[in-house]
Design a binder for this molecule. Structure first.
Ligand SMILES: [Zn+2]
Ligand SMILES: [Zn+2]
Length: 266
């Protein structure tokens, strides 16, 4: 059984700055424990759910925007048991890990030094963490070195598109996903460059045909317009079961795929 815990569903500047929704990322447990995009408040959200950052095996940062890396250094310290234990992997987009152009690095040299393994990933690169294979996927975003991820779990493929606009290559890289997590920053009739809108999510779900489409990374306009309406649109357009993620939601992938809220975020 693969467990996916949603530590935050907010994205973009306003929703992050004002914490309209949490921004702690996504935590995947499948033998390996992987913390994806630990934005601001990740440490607090883990604490509120009784989860221990010292058990994390890999920290993945898709790209160099603060809603994705805000708590990354704190989580490196967590993964290394407050730097007493030399364990864990840090991987992600080049800008976030090494710095590139105007971006990053999001993690200091000190924090990279206390880790045994650190990898800047380009699309197509693969990483194996405790038997789970993780492939970096293509994105088209304002951090040009950003990536998404495709996880080959024991329960099948889990895809995370990260921040991107919808391009042919993004569709190609996520074929075969059982669960497709899409960062939908913009609501219906409000598409902007470099981000997915609700219409894009519907088009992607229609082509990939996952068993479950999950919308997350909501911007403030989308939250004001109503998240459920976006999920309803995607489900009606695509014919794919679709949910709007909530803070502290737990998805499980086994023979069936389920979603429930662990508790209400304070
Ligand atoms: Zn973002
Ligand atoms: Zn971004």
């Amino acid at each position: 059984m693969t467990k996916i815990t949603i530590l935050g569903t907010g994205g973009g500047r306003f929703a992050t700055v004002y914490q309209v929704r949490r921004t702690g990322g996504i935590y995947i447990e499948d033998g390996a424990k992987v913390h994806l995009d630990p934005g601001p408040g990740a440490a607090l959200s883990l604490r509120e759910l009784g989860m221990d950052p010292a058990k994390t095996d890999a920290l993945l940062v898709s790209h160099c925007h603060p809603d994705h890396y805000g708590d990354a250094e704190v989580m490196v310290e967590g993964m290394t048991a407050c730097s007493f234990s030399r364990r864990g992997v840090l991987a992600g987009g080049r800008g976030a890990v090494l710095g590139s152009g105007d971006f990053g690095p999001a993690i200091s040299d000190y924090h990279k030094r206390i880790l045994p393994r650190c990898a800047a990933m380009a699309p197509g690169d693969e990483l194996t963490v405790k038997g789970m294979s993780i492939r970096a996927t293509r994105t088209s975003h304002s951090d040009p070195d950003g990536v998404g991820f495709r996880f080959l779990t024991r329960a099948g493929v889990l895809s995370y598109v990260s921040d991107t606009e919808l391009k042919r290559e993004v569709l190609d890289d996520h074929q075969g996903a059982r669960v497709l997590i899409m960062n939908v920053t913009r609501p219906l009739r409000s598409r902007v460059r470099f981000h997915m809108s609700t219409e894009d999510a519907a088009a992607m779900a229609k082509e990939i045909r996952p068993e479950l489409a999950v919308l997350t990374h909501f911007g403030s306009k989308l939250i004001n317009d109503g998240v459920q309406g976006q999920a309803d649109f995607v489900e009606e357009e695509s014919g794919v079961r679709t949910i709007a993620a909530e803070d502290f939601m737990r998805l499980t992938m086994g023979a069936r795929i389920t979603a429930r809220r662990l508790r209400k975020a304070p």
